[in-house]
Write a protein that binds this ligand. Structure first.
Ligand code: NAI
Length: 450
């Protein structure tokens, strides 16, 4: 039993007979499980530069290709359309011709993934490129039973291998609560345009092997799930939290086999102490996850400086300071990955949360400004924006607010901390060097801020 009683009840055929729609049980990653639970259908519009790389990846993962272009067969677990060559309305019509019968075959918990070009300068080509945004966001609202649809917008110079980690993530159970998202993939950052691991794909069961990851706010909630997930994927985790959470923090460090650092990230010397711990205990850092965050809700009309400053200090000022120190120093490796936890409140706004939304929108602004600056040294900077995630905080909400928050998304349920953690793990891989300056929502395609 989960704490989503309605979803549990809706699995019962008797309850379904009363007209209660079944709320899907999402397919999530289990170590050793196949990438997809069945065959995949791969299509192209025009040339299809990336389709061969997708086919090779699927073959590597032992996923069969369905029907060799025959779109009338049985159920498929995944549908991938390489539309990166689409330039004209005729190409768009060809995409529809492939997608309509393909989507009809999509199984429960299936994955629809479209690769589209960047809008160029030609008006028709730009219109067609942007049209895929509309197609995928709408399809994500149409596919049922836990299936998702996402779009990768591909830079014309991106080598096929740059897409690997993103294609793998979006097809797998790791992206269970990532739906209706648009992610840009470019030429991998860094001086050589071929960062560590690109031509030697990481072992899929341990894509973070050999990497040192620091996670702030790791004692509980989403941060603890991030620490667990990164450790499961092979990273050595440095768990950071306030001294008051010391006991829970030690438990996380023990079970993940990493180190614990009791640190209030708002302290004047926080960046210095964090870097000293990393240097002394690990000698480097590869993945930095800014997860620690607080809320101090009050309507703007009643807001006071204490609430305002406390939220901005933890959620934004501390991140700015630590990032500055990391990018000025030499501890962050040349496949460094900075992942900041924002929130859909920072995109859509939320009543009573001007301070929180300011901090989370601020994080998004910071990520976009830092990404091009960090690129030269091989470092990516991205944000994940969780929507309604089942945590102690949401469990304490009044029933009506909780039920509302849970259901107003395409998957009709809240996400789990692990869903945010898996997304962080994907962005943390050395192989994800083509993804930077992005804001990836982990919200089940929430109607809020859509
Ligand atoms: P939580 O309150 O359960 O955990 C936050 C952790 O951060 C705690 O362990 C806390 O001690 C630590 N922390 C707070 N101030 C700190 C400081 N000054 N120095 C070091 N550590 C500090 O929160 P939850 O729900 O796990 O959220 C994690 C992140 O996800 C936050 O940034 C939050 O804003 C964000 N988020 C959460 C959502 C949700 O539905 N729970 C939705 C959207 C975003």
């Amino acid at each position: 039993m989960s704490n989503d009683t309605l979803r549990d009840l809706s699995q019962n055929p008797l309850v379904q007979r009363l007209g209660v729609p079944r709320i899907p049980v999402l397919r999530r990653h289990v170590p050793g499980a196949p990438l997809l639970d069945g065959p995949a259908l791969v299509g192209t519009v025009g040339e299809g530069t990336y389709a061969d790389a997708v086919r090779a990846l699927l073959e590597n993962e032992s996923v069969a290709e369905a029907g060799g272009g025959d779109v009338t067969g049985g159920k498929v677990a995944g549908v991938v359309l390489d539309a990166t060559a689409a330039r004209t309305l005729d190409d768009l019509a060809a995409a529809q011709e492939f997608l309509t019968p393909a989507v009809r075959r999509l199984a429960a918990n299936g994955r629809l993934l479209v690769l589209a070009p960047e809008p160029g300068e030609d008006p028709e080509a730009a219109a067609v490129a942007q049209a895929f945004d509309g197609i995928v966001r709408s399809a994500a609202k149409e596919v049922r039973a836990g299936a998702t649809a996402n779009l990768l917008v591909v830079h014309p110079d991106a080598p096929p291998a740059a897409l690997d980690s993103s294609v793998r993530f979006l097809l797998s159970g790791r992206s269970a609560y990532v739906d209706g998202q648009v992610v840009h993939v470019g030429v991998p950052v860094g001086p050589e345009q071929d960062p560590i691991g690109m031509d030697a794909p990481a072992e899929p069961v341990a894509p973070l092997a050999g990497r040192v990851a620091v996670v702030t706010g790791a004692a509980r909630g989403i941060g603890a799930a991030i620490a667990d997930t990164l450790a499961r994927d092979g990273a050595v985790v440095v768990a950071v939290d306030v001294p008051a959470a010391g006991e829970a923090l030690a438990a996380v460090a023990n079970r993940t086999g990493g180190t614990a650092l009791q640190l209030d990230i708002t302290a004047a010397d926080a960046a210095e102490r964090l870097l000293a711990h990393l240097r002394e205990r690990h000698g480097r850092v590869d993945v930095v996850v800014h997860n620690a965050g607080i809320t101090r809700d009050k309507l703007l009309a009643n807001m006071d400086a204490d609430r305002w400053n406390a939220v901005l200090a933890v959620n934004l000022r501390a991140q700015l300071g630590i990032n500055r120190a990391l990018l000025e120093g030499d501890l962050l490796s040349d496949s460094g990955r900075i992942v900041c936890v924002a929130s859909t409140s920072g995109i859509a706004g939320n009543r009573g949360q001007t301070n929180y939304a300011a901090s989370k929108a601020g994080v998004i602004g910071m990520v976009r400004a830092l990404a091009p600056r960090a690129a030269a040294r091989g470092v990516t900077v991205n944000a994940v924006a969780p929507g309604f995630i089942e945590t102690e905080m949401t469990a304490r909400m009044p029933l009506g607010t909780r039920e509302g928050g849970r259901r107003i998304n395409s998957l009709r349920q809240g996400g789990l901390p692990v869903d945010v953690a898996e997304t962080v793990g994907w962005l943390g891989q050395a192989e994800s060097g083509g993804v930077t300056g992005q804001v990836v929502r982990v919200c089940g395609q929430s109607m809020i801020g859509a």
